[in-house]
Design a binder for this molecule. Structure first.
Ligand SMILES: [Zn+2]
Length: 188
């Protein structure tokens, strides 16, 4: 809720701005897909994704579209907005960094899974899938390169020095269940 207004997506394919005092719609905005994403509302703009694959930036006051950005998968995750960048993931595994001003793509990264949530901290965006932790943006890696390392999620032992062991050399854990991969990406 922002300034007495609740912004919410709906499975009727709309985004609604609802007056919290009386429940009356201030505006609604139609997308072409179900809207499971929760909006981020920052500086008068509502950022939200839809199963039509689009990330929308809407004027919070009027519901008019400022810009939209088309992706190739459902956008069920909720955007995070930090320092003029909208970070959002989609079902085909991409994480996008979009300029809040006009939706220009700053960078994107393809993960191995479907991105259902992400967190931004200290200039990096983090997301996880079943076995991998992704730390994207502002790292010490080479520009545009991805650094990968694997750890045992049972004992945290680093596994990069070993050649795909079936069991953790340190604690013996079965790595089909306990391996964790981390990928770090620096787009700049
Ligand atoms: Zn281990």
């Amino acid at each position: 809720m922002v300034d007495g207004t609740v912004y919410v997506g709906s499975i009727d394919e709309h985004v609604y701005a609802i007056d919290a005092s009386n429940g009356i719609d201030r505006w609604s905005f139609q997308t072409d897909g179900l809207v499971y994403s929760s909006p981020a509302v920052v500086d008068g703009t509502v950022y939200i994704g839809s199963d039509d694959g689009t990330v929308y930036a809407l004027e919070a006051a009027f519901g008019t579209e400022r810009w939209s950005f088309q992706t190739d998968g459902d956008v069920k995750s909720s955007p995070a907005v930090v320092d003029g960048i909208v970070y959002v993931g989609n079902s085909d595994g991409h994480v996008y960094a979009l300029d809040t001003a006009d939706g220009t793509e700053r960078w994107s990264f393809q993960t191995d899974g479907s991105v259902s949530s992400l967190v931004v901290k200290d200039g990096r965006v983090y997301t996880v899938d079943r076995r991998t932790v992704y730390a994207l943006g502002n790292s010490d890696t080479e520009n545009g390169e991805t650094e990968r390392f694997e750890t045992c999620s049972a004992c945290q032992a680093e596994l990069n020095d070993y050649d795909n062991p079936a069991f953790c050399p340190e604690c013996g854990a079965n790595l089909s269940d306990f391996v964790k991969e981390t990928q770090i990406y620096d787009p700049n």
